[in-house]
Design a protein around this ligand. Structure first.
Ligand code: ZN
Ligand code: ZN
Length: 250
């Protein structure tokens, strides 16, 4: 289900941070309590804050228990910010999902990662070339859109985590996917009522891809969400990002 209205106005998109990690995620700063995150969201003028803690197969995290706990905690916080308790779920292979279906449906925001290739549990393509990874990304996403599990795709196509790839191969993975393939999968996501994240870090690291992703998504008419993948309070604040993103998308 779409969490936000469709817009291509970056000044509006930055007012909803849809990818943040609380203390329930490894590598988050200890300051990332729900109360502190909500307070920071208020200061930063956010309208929506989505908490998307990691949920990978084989981790020791009980996503459903954390969801219940955070919902309860949220009930005690008064705020004008719309706070969604979600998770960064895993599509770790074609048709392979980390959580039972009911958990995805219970969450306020089921944001799916398909690129955590650094994890042992994640399926690697048989052909471990840039084109092989591009095809794997498309196959995993196309299978995911046959279901109604995902509300959002977190850091779509981000090539950071591919083991053993250097910077040139990471760029090549993005270029190995054609505009037609990108448009088709984005359209399929839209039909599955799933939004696509403008992952700020990916846009700044791979601006050529960021511009293409935004252009193709707009042509297709997808819903976008913006996320900073915040692991600290400072990263939760989106002020100043619209200007930088406009420079990327042109
Ligand atoms: Zn991730
Ligand atoms: Zn994340």
């Amino acid at each position: 289900m779409f969490a936000l209205e469709r817009t291509y106005d970056l000044d509006e998109l930055v007012r909803h941070n849809m990818h943040t990690h609380s203390v329930c995620s490894t590598y988050s700063r200890r300051e990332m309590t729900l109360a502190a995150m909500v307070k920071k969201a208020e200061e930063a003028g956010l309208k929506t804050l989505a908490i998307t803690d990691h949920s990978d197969p084989g981790d020791d995290i009980d996503t459903y228990a954390n969801f219940r706990m955070l919902k309860e905690e949220l009930g005690r916080i008064e705020t004008p910010v719309r706070v969604l308790i979600g998770a960064e779920l895993s599509a770790y292979g074609v048709g392979k999902y980390g959580e039972p279906y009911f958990v995805d449906k219970a969450l306020d925001f089921a944001s799916y990662s398909h690129i955590h290739y650094h994890l042992d549990v994640w399926d690697q393509p048989e052909d471990r070339s840039p084109r092989g990874y591009a095809e794997q990304n498309l196959a995993v996403l196309n299978a995911l859109f046959e279901t109604d599990r995902a509300d959002n795709i977190a850091h779509p196509f981000a090539p950071y985590k591919i083991p053993g790839f250097d910077e040139a191969q990471k760029h090549a993975t993005l270029r190995a996917m054609t505009d037609n393939e990108l448009g088709d999968v984005m359209e399929k996501g839209e039909r599955a009522r799933c939004s696509w994240e403008i992952h700020t870090r990916t846009f700044f690291a791979y601006p050529e891809f960021g511009a293409r992703f935004f252009r193709v998504g707009r042509e297709v008419g997808v819903h976008f969400c913006l996320g900073t993948d915040a692991h600290s309070l400072e990263e939760l604040d989106t002020r100043g990002l619209a200007r930088r993103l406009k420079a990327v998308v042109g």
